[in-house]
Design a protein around this ligand. Structure first.
Ligand code: SAH
Length: 391
């Protein structure tokens, strides 16, 4: 097997599974892009098997500490193991679930989501993209879905030299369908919706914010299909406004409200930055504001711009929260650490002249497991603050 020799002190010796170009001492056996290669340390000791893409910043991603080929049997074993773990943690329905999540489940660049009897597959690395058919066969063996949809429109594919593609791999064409979460009905379009249909990582957090909504005016910024807004409405908010720039997402949000029998919620298609500015100029007040923006940065270089963007919306939101009201806020960029996020909020509170009390923390749902040696696997940080009355 062709492979690479890794320099001492590389991150792989500290538990990470990635090898960057600067960490490679030399390659041997002429590995080709997308190949399975073997990794060795400088004393020629084997470190395991990895997928290889010399055109990506991350040249190799280890998926086994042994000598291992990528075949349907192996894929099926990894999927089965990921499924069984999710079944064992109890509080998650594996019917509406991320069944397998990339590095965290030992298949770098493979994401498998189950929406009832359909499965959505993403292949985000070159090697896995070359093996789509084999992965689909393994999904069929282990999960027996009625159909498998390939949702390869995730922009991270660009870093691996892959272009966007959406198609049904096998089985029936998925019709838009509904799932019931608590007492909320959520519409899911596996072909046309954002991500693979829903923001699965947030599902557990929706009901948690409902307790802050009771009797209050609520503003849900970046509402998408209304996950937070609908739960706030069901939690007896006085009124709820959901804001998003996506017309299609809001159409689903409206249908969700109708299906859930909720009438105390309205939807607004707007840019949140402009909308918050406008509301602030009209001195509007809210008892609960939720901020769940998209990732403002895909790399470290634009981190400062991202922080500036986060700060602007936090500053405006904090100024509009009435005393005793609550701000619930999330970042989904792994480049923004919980600490950096908190520092930004602290700065915004200083400028807004508000004193805060931290009342809650939120995380990505357990079907997006965190590997502590791979910090990139922890990407969703959420915090709730009460704006305490002046003293
Ligand atoms: N809270 C949602 C997920 C939000 S994802 C949930 O739990 O389901 C981010 C959302 O922000 C997307 O729906 C996207 O359409 C929207 N968006 C991105 N930039 C925006 C902007 N500048 N103004 C308003 N909405 C924006």
């Amino acid at each position: 097997m062709a492979g690479i020799v890794i320099k001492p002190r590389a991150r792989i010796f500290h538990g990470h599974e990635w090898v960057y170009a600067s960490e490679i001492k030399k390659s041997f056996g002429d590995p080709k892009p997308g190949d399975v290669i073997s990794l060795k340390d400088y004393k020629d000791r084997p470190l395991g098997s990895a997928i290889y893409n010399p055109h990506s910043q991350i040249v190799a991603r280890r998926f086994s500490r042994r000598k291992q080929e990528l075949d349907t049997d192996f894929f099926a074993r990894r999927i089965q193991r990921a499924l069984e773990w999710r079944q064992s943690i109890g509080n998650i329905s594996t019917d509406l679930c991320r069944i397998l999540w990339s590095e965290s489940d030992g298949l770098p660049g493979v994401v498998i989501d189950r929406y009832g009897n359909h499965v959505v597959l993403q292949t985000l690395t070159l090697a896995m993209d070359q093996r789509v058919d084999s992965i689909a066969a393994a999904i069929q063996q282990t999960l027996s879905p009625e159909g498998i949809v390939l949702r390869n429109d995730n922009p991270v594919r660009k870093a691996e030299g892959l272009s966007p593609e959406i198609r049904v791999i096998t089985g029936t064409d998925p019709e838009p369908r509904r799932f019931i979460l608590g007492n909320i009905s959520l519409g899911v379009d596996l072909i046309g919706g954002q991500k693979t249909g829903l923001y699965l990582d947030q599902l557990d957090n929706y009901p948690l914010i409902a307790e802050y909504a009771k009797g209050r005016r609520v503003l849900d910024c970046f509402t998408n299909q209304g996950g937070f807004a609908l739960h706030a409405a069901a939690g007896n908010a006085a009124s709820v406004i959901g804001v998003d720039s996506s017309h299609a997402a809001l159409a689903t949000a409206q249908a969700n409200a109708n299906e859930s029998g909720l009438s105390n919620v309205t939807w607004l298609e707007a840019n949140v930055f402009d909308n918050l500015k406008e509301r602030q100029s009209q001195a509007e007040q809210f008892g609960l504001i939720i901020l769940d923006p998209p990732s403002f940065t895909r790399n470290k270089r634009s981190l400062n711009d991202a922080i500036r963007g986060y700060k602007e919306i936090h500053l405006r939101a904090l100024k509009m929260i009435e005393p005793g009201g609550v701000l619930v806020t999330f970042t989904c960029s792994h480049h923004v650490s919980r600490r950096a996020f908190l520092e930004m909020i602290r700065d915004a509170a200083v400028d807004a002249k508000r004193t805060l009390r931290q009342v809650d923390t939120y995380h990505q749902r357990a079907d997006h497991p965190i590997n502590p040696s791979i910090p990139e696997t922890e990407y969703l940080h959420g915090l709730a603050f009460e704006v305490i009355p002046a003293w």
